[in-house]
Design a binder for this molecule. Sequence first.
Ligand code: DC
Length: 221
Amino acid sequence: MNNPPLIITIDGPAGVGKTTIARQLAGNLGIAYLDTGSMFRAVGWMLAQGNLVHDQDTIMKFLADIRFDLEGRGWDSFITLNKQKLGLEIRTEEVGMWASNVGKLEIVRNFLKKAQQIIGASTSLVAEGRDMGSVVFPDARYKFFLDASPGVRAARRQSQLAGMGNQTDYGTILDQIIKRDEQDRNRPIAPLKPAPDAIIIDTSFISPDAVFNEIRKYLID
Ligand code: DC
């Protein structure tokens, strides 16, 4: 009998460094990396582009026509939407807020949860998001929740965006991050919070390498 896929979840607020760690871990273990934020970003971006009226029926029809797949392995894993690779246009803070807005909708959460669970049913992966350990993969073998102060996270996000060629103002990013986290933490469905059995790591004062080493210590080969 084949072993079930290995699922490792990494949740936490915006700008905490989840992506760096999740990709590094996936590369190190030779398994896939599932960026669930990109799925919410893609849905938020597409709904905003089409200026669709956001009633349940319209969103349901919109969701019926889209399909997410996970391609590649390790560091190079990526999500496709209807077989198209997602571009940098979804990586702005504005689209992050649109993603958070659609993330409040039950219909969108149920659709993406199912898509994520289908991917995880056949593929070993490191799943990054807000509700991976608490809702989508409650039986994951290892669950981590990264946290850091809002100021540290805003500085990290600012340099991440600068790396993509987006120059931004620190104060604006800080405000956006605080607002987005508040919305993600307080939504009634699948709010941002550690699963009861998650290992919580404060990354405020430690380097990404130190976070990676800390996580790696918990994983039994
Ligand atoms: O991780 P990110 O910044 O790309 O996520 C963008 C937004 O998408 C986040 O603020 C809330 C939403 N999201 C979510 O509700 N659940 C997830 N598992 C991942 C993201």
